[in-house]
Design a protein around this ligand. Structure first.
Ligand SMILES: Cc1cc2nc3c(=O)[nH]c(=O)nc-3n(C[C@H](O)[C@H](O)[C@H](O)COP(=O)(O)OP(=O)(O)OC[C@H]3O[C@@H](n4cnc5c(N)ncnc54)[C@H](O)[C@@H]3O)c2cc1C
Length: 394
């Protein structure tokens, strides 16, 4: 019989972060289970944008605290997560300028280094930008992107150094409970008993929780990205854009390419059987969005792409909780396509909850699983439209 203090199910960036912060907090026996290979889920496919611009202060604060971890990775975690900081521009349609200004003011109150740029100032940051259809943008000079695998592997290496038992190729097949208390998990490598289990299995969650009578209304969604080589004459690293007016985002990729994503995911994906390549139509839509904002890319060459599966919750925000029906059963479910950048905060918050009885650094109450039954779904006052369905570019 294997025993542990905490079992973490899921070797994505959030499982690895949680295992790392648990071990860092002094938990002696942490086991991290991954059914396939580390990064088999959304984490291995992530665009890995790390920005703090959100349309509510709770997520902005989690992103801000996480940004500090990405920026100081070698001291806090160790090694290199591939974080680069070309700066970040949040573009919105002119009718949302007021909301953008209110959000930036809120972010500044949180201590985030951000400001609103005029179109002339946008052109100073990135002269190739088309600005005739926008009036302003939010700018974050400290934001950037990381290498998603280097981030995940960095957390895993640091967790291992602190004694975490990382088991790849071991699937949790059943959650074990006695009455209203979790007692462990059955796996393809025998039973593991523990007073605390943290579920972070991405789109594979429902098959684990259903036998306990739990249902979280999670929707696996196939999302894609495409890579374009920089066109002739374009020879500099541009900032990251989230272009809300086009429901698109783009960032530099490697030495001379740009990674593009659009809000055009398809629900009902089977995470065990998705087409991992990129669709033809999607490539053309990406090129159109990219060259609308950066016209030089009209004749850029497509160089590949891929698809992954994110998991949407009913209000497009993660569910981070200790499940009320089962003491010791913690979860981070429904990543909603936006939980790479906040993985440090999510791991930290869950580790505090388990070791100290409550999350201390972050307000995780808005992420509680009961919000759906209570009818208290997320709705941001300063959103740029009715965007519950938005994912990565939200
Ligand atoms: C194309 C794309 C672009 C994205 N861009 C961004 C971005 O720019 N910024 C951002 O913040 N977010 C982005 N995201 C979202 C982000 O990548 C995810 O929110 C995040 O990676 C989720 O991590 P996770 O650890 O919660 O889940 P996952 O990475 O999905 O990991 C879950 C893991 O659990 C394992 N597992 C499942 N069931 C079991 C079981 N029973 N036993 C053991 N293991 C199990 C799976 O194999 C998997 O490895 C993007 C996602 C995609 C797909």
């Amino acid at each position: 019989m294997n025993t542990a203090d905490v079992i973490v199910v899921g070797g994505g960036v959030n499982g690895a972060s949680t295992a790392f912060f648990l071990a860092k907090a002094g938990v002696k026996k942490v086991v991290l289970l991954e059914r396939r290979q580390l990064g088999a889920g959304a984490s291995g496919k992530s665009g890995a944008l790390v920005r703090t611009h959100y349309t509510n202060p709770i997520e902005a604060n989690m992103a801000f605290e996480s940004l500090k971890v990405f920026r100081n990775w070698s001291e806090i975690v160790g090694g290199d997560c591939g974080f680069e900081s070309p700066g970040f521009l949040q573009v919105v349609a002119p009718q949302y300028e007021e909301q953008l200004r209110r959000n930036v003011a809120e972010h500044q109150r949180l201590g985030i280094n951000t400001r609103v740029l005029t179109t002339d100032e946008i052109l100073e940051i990135e002269p190739a930008t088309r600005v005739d259809d926008i009036t302003c943008a939010a700018y974050e000079p400290d934001s950037g992107f990381a290498d998603p695998n280097a981030t995940l592997y960095g957390f895993v290496n640091a967790a291992r150094d602190l004694g975490v038992d990382v088991r790849s190729g071991v699937e949790a097949t059943k959650l074990l409970a006695e009455g209203d208390k979790i007692t462990g998990v059955e796996t393809t490598d025998g039973a593991f008993m523990a007073d605390n289990v943290v579920l972070i299995p991405g789109p594979w969650a429902q098959r684990l929780v259903a036998p306990l009578g739990l249902e979280f209304d999670l929707e696996p969604r196939r999302v894609q990205v495409a890579v374009f080589r920089w066109p002739y004459g374009f020879d500099h690293r541009h900032p990251i854009f989230i272009d809300d007016s086009q429901e698109a985002w783009f960032r530099p990729e490697g030495a001379n390419s740009t990674l593009v994503g659009l809000e055009s995911g398809v629900d009902g994906a089977n995470p065990d059987d998705i087409a991992e390549g990129v669709d033809h139509d999607y490539v053309e839509d990406c090129r159109a969005a990219l060259s609308h904002r950066l016209p030089a890319f009209e004749h850029s060459t497509m160089r590949g792409g891929w698809a992954g599966v994110i998991t949407m919750s009913a209000d497009g925000r993660p569910i981070i909780d200790q499940i009320p029906a089962f003491a010791g059963l913690f979860c981070m479910l429904g990543d909603s396509g936006t939980s790479f950048k906040t993985a440090p905060a999510i791991g930290m918050g869950l580790a505090e909850w388990i070791t100290k009885g409550e999350p201390q650094s972050f307000d995780l109450h808005p992420f509680r699983s009961s919000r759906f039954a209570e009818g208290d779904l997320w709705l941001d006052e300063n959103a740029y439209g009715p965007h519950r369905e938005r994912t990565i570019s939200r």
